[in-house]
Design a binder for this molecule. Sequence first.
Ligand code: ADP
Length: 372
Amino acid sequence: MIQFEHVMKNYGNTKILKDLSFTVPDGQFLVLIGPSGCGKTTTLKLINRLSEPDGGRILMDGKDISKINPVQLRRHIGYVIQQIGLFPNMTVEQNICVVPKLLKMDKSKYSQLAREYLEMVGLPYEQYAHKYPNELSGGQQQRIGVLRALAASPPVVLMDEPFGALDPMTREVLQDEVKKLQKKLNKTIVFVTHDMDEALKLADVILFMNQGEIEQMDSPEKMLEHPASDLVRSFLGKRTPVESDQLRVEDCMMTKPFVVSMDQGILECAEKMARSGIDTLLVVDENDKYLGVLPINNIRKYGRTASGIVPLLSTDYRTVRVGEYARESMDYLLGTNASFVVVLNADDTIAGIITRNRMARVVAETLWGEEK
Ligand code: ADP
């Protein structure tokens, strides 16, 4: 459990944190959000003593952390930042095991640990353990960074915009993974973001800060139902009550899905999928018009004999047009096994995709809106 008791922090004459008090129970996923400069990162750094408060105190399991040796303290607190900083001259396995090694864990034990953790995020040990960071995509490096923070099995993990630099799709995949790992390993996580979508998806509790004070601290559901101020409402943006019947497909879609051109090689496509942790690519012709979906399954089945990716395309994926109501896509996604619907512009170029995940969220959010 982490407790902030009347914590203050100044830089020069500026009061950055003003009398901040809150509690994070064990196993909770707390997300700090708020306008840039409101003090999120400062709050996070106070927890592992990268910065010291000017007033008040912070307790970890009832102990005042100012009385704990900072090095000792940090061994029990994982820390993930945007520029993950894997050690370039160490393999993936060595990177993951830095802290377990420091803690003098048995080699056989931490090797096993690296294996388990890699498998948990879908990176097979044999394939990845001995690679170096520069052989990995940005998304994969970030995965390893997250694993490294978790591997010492610290009860508390701090994350400062860990996915800020990633493309939207990789970001969503990693968000899902972190949430899964947190539940499975029962970690207490304090996570900083400025992205409300991310906060709503991950948080058990959202702490909305403004100018060093708590504007609102609530579950995502409560915050959506009762935003405490116009500022919170503006962060929630267009999520605030919309009748679900009024939603258009573009309100529900993810823009920037992975797209490749029809002249890409089969192998390149397979590699791109592997790198990004996805199992389909959207394919366009030379004028960026949508041609179809390339599923990894078709590469697996017919890839050896096919002349290019065009014969491997599936046209079974439903397409809709920008401007159409979302209800039909919603019913379709929720009623079948389809994983997404392709949204096209009037000129047949790709506007985005609506995934099941996203649809479920939009549905949940509009239901909260409709309860009023
Ligand atoms: P956030 O993470 O919410 O964007 P920060 O906690 O990074 O905000 O910063 C809060 C305020 O404190 C900002 O105005 C920032 O400029 C200031 N600040 C942060 N670190 C320092 C520092 N080391 N020295 C002086 N001012 C700082």
